[in-house]
Design a protein around this ligand. Structure first.
Ligand SMILES: [Zn+2]
Length: 488
């Protein structure tokens, strides 16, 4: 009897005295924290600065839908996190499509997301704040620190669904602010190798956003990753070499008072202007991406469904106002780049037949069949079948008949996009083009301008005006001069 009681007491002592009674899920969190330098060391981190440089890989801007993504330098990348107050600030200088470096400062302070520009800080939309909440946890330190709170009283994370996937131990984590993340820990080293979360991309719909970590090295008494790769649906979109500073004085990352109290802005509005360029031809401009409306004998046709639902639906509405007595039958997509095809789903929902080069068929079939559940876009709300008419090879597709026709064909060889279509209006002597002639941009656009002029000459087109999806209407002589100046 006596002996038995002593054994019982001994067992109780072990259970209470050692914190060894962790669930398998929390054991994994503790193992991963120990691989970074210890549970207490992870819990003690108050601020984090990550600095580096690398490359972006521009999703949806490749030469064909299957080609490698074009690379653009990330000249500098600094992320600062205040882990005590749930604040983060990103300062990233990266090259744009024309090779010019733009710096952007974005931030999050609790539920307030804001962007800092030359004219001060401005509050960003609630959807942006939610994205940045999740983004905050795409780092081993921030995620493990919150995961270690699981099981505590009050606002705590939950950790569950332990499983094995290709040599990694994986758990799902829900943070107190509702972000859902999946943590992958290497089965041998116990280092965090991957953090993933569900995300939304306006072209691709529901995606998996993931960050992978490697080349761990000592930093500030911890072991932290030296290389970070961001993927969207497993496609790398950013690669960075980074260094870490722990508990540096970051100053105050709080949102300015006027920003924190400003109302959350709603979704951006579309500003669609219309200018009649010729009888029955309108330029629908007003912002960065235009469309062109062409009235034919029996129908009207829109050239380009750009950017996103908001822009394209406004352009479609304006087109129907301008030509109320004929059906808006087709939308011509100039090329597959995401900023030029971002409204194709909306156009499909509106019953328009999509014209594109055959190069893009598989992509457009995929884009119109993907799920958009995190954000239900127009096609998700109003499902419709994709009606596609493709231009084969160097063939000419003609819409309309008689004097008012439009001829649609592929641009000649150019560095921007294979299968880029241009639209020729023989009666109006106009050529509608996107991204082939953008005066003053430089870079590859000198070569696209030369290719455009070559296509006009090869096909013996009697072009007088070049009507752009970006910028102002130009005369053919402007194109000729630009090509001559560039020395092509
Ligand atoms: Zn483009």
């Amino acid at each position: 009897m006596m002996k038995r009681r002593m054994v019982w007491l001994f067992v109780v002592t072990v259970a209470v005295g050692g914190c060894e009674q962790l669930s398998p899920e929390m054991q994994l969190i503790h193992d991963a924290a120990n691989a970074l330098g210890g549970v207490e060391a992870v819990e003690a981190v108050a601020t984090l600065r990550v600095e580096g440089s690398g490359n972006n890989f521009r999703l949806g801007q490749n030469r064909t839908p299957d080609a490698a993504l074009p690379r653009a330098a990330v000249e500098s990348y600094t992320v600062e996190a205040d882990l005590r107050n749930h604040r983060m600030r990103w300062e990233i200088a990266s090259a744009n499509f024309a090779g010019r470096v733009n710096a952007a400062v974005t931030a999050m302070d609790g539920d307030v997301a804001f962007n800092v520009g030359q004219d001060g800080a401005r509050r960003a939309a609630a959807t942006v704040a939610r994205e940045r909440h999740t983004e905050y946890y795409h780092h081993p330190l921030t995620l493990l620190q919150v995961a270690l709170t699981a099981g505590e009283e009050g606002a705590a994370a939950t950790v569950g669904n332990l499983r094995q996937e290709s040599g990694q131990d994986v758990v799902d984590i829900i943070t107190p602010d509702g972000s859902e993340l999946t943590l992958h820990v290497d089965s041998e080293s116990r280092q965090v190798v991957r953090i993933a979360s569900p995300g939304y991309h306006s072209n691709l719909g529901d995606v998996e956003t993931a960050t992978t970590f490697r080349d761990y090295a000592a930093a500030g008494g911890l072991m932290l990753p030296g290389a970070i790769t961001r993927t969207i649906d497993r496609q790398p979109v950013t690669f960075l070499r980074v260094t870490h500073t722990i508990d540096a004085d970051l100053g105050d990352l709080a949102a300015p008072a006027d920003v924190a109290t400003a109302p959350e802005p709603g979704p951006p509005a579309a500003n669609v202007t219309d200018e009649e360029l010729a009888d029955g031809v309108w330029l629908l401009a007003g912002q960065s991406h235009h469309s062109v409306l062409v009235e034919l004998a029996e129908q009207a046709v829109l050239v380009e469904a750009p950017q996103h639902d908001t822009r394209t639906l406004a352009a479609i509405a304006r087109a129907r106002e301008l030509v109320p007595d004929k059906p808006l039958s087709h939308v011509v997509n100039t090329h597959h780049h995401f900023d030029h095809s971002g409204g194709v789903r909306a156009a499909v929902a509106e019953g328009l037949t999509v014209v594109t080069h055959e190069t893009n068929r598989a992509l457009f079939e995929e884009l119109t069949s993907r799920t958009h559940t995190l954000v239900a876009d127009h096609l998700a709300q109003q499902p419709a079948e994709l009606m596609l008419e493709t231009v084969a090879g160097d063939d000419t597709l003609e819409l309309g008949e008689g004097r008012g026709t439009m001829q649609i064909f592929r641009m000649g060889d150019n560095p921007h996009a294979d299968g880029a279509l241009v639209v020729y209006l023989p009666a109006e002597r106009m050529l509608i083009q996107a991204d082939m002639f953008i005066p003053g941009i430089g870079g590859e656009f000198a070569d696209t301008a030369a290719a455009l002029l070559q296509s006009i000459e090869d096909r013996n087109l009697r072009v007088e005006r070049v009507v752009p999806i970006h910028g102002a209407v130009m005369a053919l002589s402007d194109l000729e001069e630009a090509v001559e100046e560039a020395g092509n």
